[in-house]
Design a protein around this ligand. Structure first.
Ligand code: COA
Length: 173
């Protein structure tokens, strides 16, 4: 799969938006891999707040435009995307106990689909183990403080989204 002298990993997710929990996992994965492809899923089960371009820009900005981080969009099977990217590894973060069962299934199914792609887990930093993108959006939409939980550019964008008048956001009255 990945060439022996170049280790490539795919870090998949919806990243709507990226949080400091994701940034922590991404930065730590760069200690292991030469390139990490952040694969933004076009998940039909989720209605994203931010466009793919916005999400990609937040990610690149959050890692200081590190050339080892590539942002891309994907749909279809994750293992097929890994194969196309010549990536031998999937990066996932494990938060609380609740993540384990889902991640266990996810990793096993992916290995069944392609045994040459393995999953590497990072324990989420204790400061972020309760954070999710949905929770961030909910708190921001209700005017709560999300400082320190998302990169500054994301915090500004959330503030702008939720403080804009309803017509500007395209919401029905
Ligand atoms: N810090 C903070 N938040 C985190 C986190 C961390 N370290 N890790 C996960 N989260 C959050 C995410 O923001 C997400 O929040 P949300 O549900 O509010 O959006 C939530 O935890 C769940 O994350 P995750 O499990 O990564 O879901 P996702 O929707 O972001 O991504 C895919 C899921 C895209 C990776 C998965 O559905 C996929 O691979 N799909 C492709 C199709 C496929 O191959 N299916 C077969 C798989 S076996």
């Amino acid at each position: 799969m990945a060439s022996p002298d170049r280790k490539i990993a795919v870090y998949p997710g919806t990243f709507d938006p990226i949080t400091n929990g994701h940034v922590d996992i991404l930065e730590r994965s760069l200690a292991l891999f030469d390139q990490v492809v952040v694969a933004i899923a076009t998940n039909p089960r989720k209605q994203p707040l931010f466009t793919l371009e916005e999400r990609s820009e937040f990610i690149a900005d959050a890692v200081g435009r590190d050339p080892r981080v590539v942002c891309d969009a994907f749909d279809g099977l994750l293992v097929e995307y890994c194969h196309a990217r010549k990536a031998g590894f999937i990066v996932r973060g494990l938060r609380a106990i609740a993540d384990f069962e889902y991640e266990f299934q996810f990793a096993h199914m992916n290995r069944r689909l392609n045994s040459r792609v393995d999953t590497v887990f990072f324990m989420t930093d204790e400061r972020h183990h309760y954070v999710s993108s949905s929770l961030i959006k909910e708190v921001a939409s209700l005017g709560g403080d999300i400082g320190g939980l998302v990169p500054p550019a994301v915090a500004r964008a959330l503030l702008a989204k939720y403080s804009a008048p309803a017509e500007a956001k395209g919401d029905p009255k």
